[in-house]
Ligand binder design. Structure first.
Ligand code: 2AM
Length: 183
């Protein structure tokens, strides 16, 4: 089986911006396992464990789902925490811009995955880039200088995730272009 998820990758420079933000957040927050810059992404759908033989068919359906969507213009917005900053499990940075289209894309991806037996999302989609995770839900202090950065997502990526004590390793398995022309 392969542990897989679908996400938007981020440009190299943006990961640098976020790495600097993580440094500032680290000073104020101990006990957070921060995501390494190279592992930062915006998740559209977590597939869980899928049989290796499903990778190609799912990749084909992701192409079909993504094809009509236009590239997304997104900007980094504020920091936040799930479920909230008083009992945080996840520290993230939000996005603004084409968020409606981002939600539609996530829904199309969800549908494509559902046709392969992957359970549909029950919670509404909330686009975010995870920066850190806490084993023990704790208060977090996110009052650091805001981050600035924008990017255009032109493809979605099906990733393999391999967990190890040193952190997760993500390998791209397939990329689907957003080929829509808007309108
Ligand atoms: P998030 O951290 O962006 O919220 C790879 O593990 C990605 O899949 C993570 O970035 C994570 O999203 C997302 N994901 C969603 N549900 C998950 C789950 N139950 N277990 C692990 N990852 C999950």
């Amino acid at each position: 089986m392969i542990r897989a998820f679908v996400a938007l990758d981020l440009p190299y420079e943006l990961k640098g911006t976020l790495a600097a933000a993580v440094e500032r957040l680290t000073e104020r927050n101990r006990g957070v396992r921060w995501v390494r810059p190279e592992g930062m992404h915006l998740t559209l759908k977590f597939l869980g464990d899928i049989p290796e033989t499903d990778v190609q068919p799912i990749a084909g359906d992701l192409d079909v789902a993504a094809g009509p969507c236009s590239p997304l213009r997104l900007r980094l917005s504020g920091f936040g925490a799930f479920p909230g900053p008083k009992k945080a499990r996840v520290v993230w940075v939000g996005v603004s811009g084409d968020t409606e289209a981002l939600g539609s894309l996530a829904k199309r991806v969800d549908e494509a995955c559902a046709s392969h037996g992957i359970p549909r999302e029950r919670r509404p989609f909330a686009g975010h880039i995870t920066l850190g995770r806490l084993r023990v839900p704790s208060v977090v202090d996110l009052r650091v200088e805001p981050v600035q950065g924008a990017f255009v997502a032109e493809e979605i990526v099906l990733y393999r995730s391999e967990l190890s004590p040193g952190g997760a390793r993500y390998t791209p398995l397939h990329k689907s272009r957003l080929k829509g022309t808007g309108g």
